[in-house]
Design a protein around this ligand. Sequence first.
Ligand code: GAL
Length: 516
Amino acid sequence: MKHKWIYALLAIALLVAMVPTAPASAAPAGAAMACAKDYTVNAGDTLSAIAEKEYGSITAYWPIMAATNAKHLTDASYAKIENPDLIEPGWKLCIPSTTDAEAFLKAFPGRDTPTGVAMLFGEGAKGQLIVASWWTNGGEFAGLNEMFKMFKEANPDVEIVNAAIAGGAGTNFKGQLLSQLLGGVAPDTFQLHAGWEADTYDPGVLITNVDDAYARNKLESVFPPTLLSMLKFKDHYWGVPVNIHRSNVLWYNKALFEKAGITAPPTTWDEFFAAADKLKAAGIAPVALGGKDGFELQHTFETILAGSMTAEEYAGLWTGKTSWNSPKVTAALETFKKYLSYANEDHAALTWAAATQLLIDGKAAMNIMGDWANGQFISGNFTDYGWAPVPGTKGTFVALSDSFALPTKAPDPVNANLWLDLAGSKAAQEAFNKQKGSICARTDCDYSSFNAYLQSAAKDWTADSIVPSVTHGAAAKPSWATKGYADAVNLFATSGDVAAAQAALVAAAADAGYPQ
Ligand code: GAL
C-alpha cells in the first residue's frame, strides 16, 4: 500500500519534470505597461534624449522601447523599435509612467541576456522565439534576417526576438551564453558550431540533443556524411546545421592586383610574398588583418598550418597523429611570422569585418578570412574581388558549420523546434546562404542563383579533402582551441619567437591529452 503512494508521487514528479519550464519571458514587462502618453518622434530626437526629458536619465530608454514594441503587436500605429539607436521622425512611441518605467528598469537584467532582450519585445499570440547568435555584421545579419522573414511568414503569431551579441566567431557570445545557461536563463535556440564546440555547453545538461528534429525532417539523408560525422558528438546531434563555411580562403582586390601588375593569385608562399612585395612597391598595403575579435590570428595560422602539410597531417594535429614538434609546424610558424610583417600594424584594433572593409575600400589588397567575407562583399555590393585557396591549400577545404542548438531550458521549446525545422529546410538554406556567403549544409540546394564564389566553393566541397577548423569549434576540445592553441598563437604574434611558440603548441597538445 505504502509503495503505491511512492509510485504515485514518482509519477507526478516525472510528469512535472516533463512539462516544459515556464517561459523565462512569461510576461514581458513591456506588455504590462500602459502608455501614460504617446510621443511622435521629431527630426533629431534620440531615445536617450526622450528618456532624459521624461525620466531624468539618458539611460532610461529601455521601458519606452519595451512599451512601444508591446503596443505595436496589437496596434501597428505604434513603431517597432529593433535598435534603440535607430528611431525615425514620425514614429509613434508609447511613454510609460515614471512608476512603471522604474519598475521595469528594476527587473531588467540588460540587453545582452535572453531574458532582458525578450523583455524589450512583446509577446505574440503564440509567444516568442528568442534566437541567439553573434551574427551582427552586414552579410551575417542579412542571412539571419532571411530566416527571420521566412519564420515570421509561417508563424505570424510568434514574436521573434533577435538576441545577438556582437563579436566575430562568437568571441563575446560563447562565454556570456555559457554563464547565462549555467544561471538557468536560456534563449530558445542559439548558434553552435558543428563538432567539439558542443562540449562547451555540457551536452545533455545545458543543451538537449536534437535527434528528434533530424528524424522528423529526415536530415540524415540530406546532409553529407562528412558533415554528419562532424555534427555527431557523443552519439547525438546537438544542432541543426544551416551551412558549411570554408576557413582557408585568400581574398584579393582585383583592381589593386592589376595596379601592381599581378596577373594571377599566388598559389605558393613564395608567390604570395613576391606579390606582396610588388604591391608594396606600388604603394599598396599588401595584407589586411583583423584581431579585435580575438580569433583572426588563430584563424590565419590554422590555414597556414593546413598549407604546410597534407590534409591528413593537418587533421592529425588535432587527433594526436601528427606531432606539433614537426618541422612542418616550424615552417608554418616562420611563414606566419613573415605574413604578419606584411600586415597592417593596427590589426589588434580592427575586427575581421573592418579588415574585410579595407579590401572593399581598396585600402589593402589581400586578406585571409573565412567565406563570411564573401557575405560581407555581397552585403556591401562589392564585386571586384577574387579568391584562391590560402597558398599551399589547394585541394584542402578547412571546414566549419553553423548550427542551431536547443537549450534544455529553452523558454518555448515548441517555437524552438519550429525554428530547427526551418533551419534544416532547403528553402531556408538557399535564402540564408546566398546572403551569408556559405554553401548549404544540404546536398540538394540549387546553386544557379548563388554567386560565382559560392558555386566554386560548392564544387570544392565535393572534390577536396575536408578537414575541420579548430578556430571555429570543429576540430578540438574547446579548452585546447580557445586557450592552449589560441594563447600560443596570440603570444607568438607579439613575440615572434618561433621556438617558444612551438614549445607552447606542443604543451597545449599535451594538456589536451595528446602527449607529443
Ligand atoms: C564564425 C561563424 C561564421 C561567421 C564568423 C565571423 O565562427 O561560423 O558564421 O559569422 O564566425 O563572425
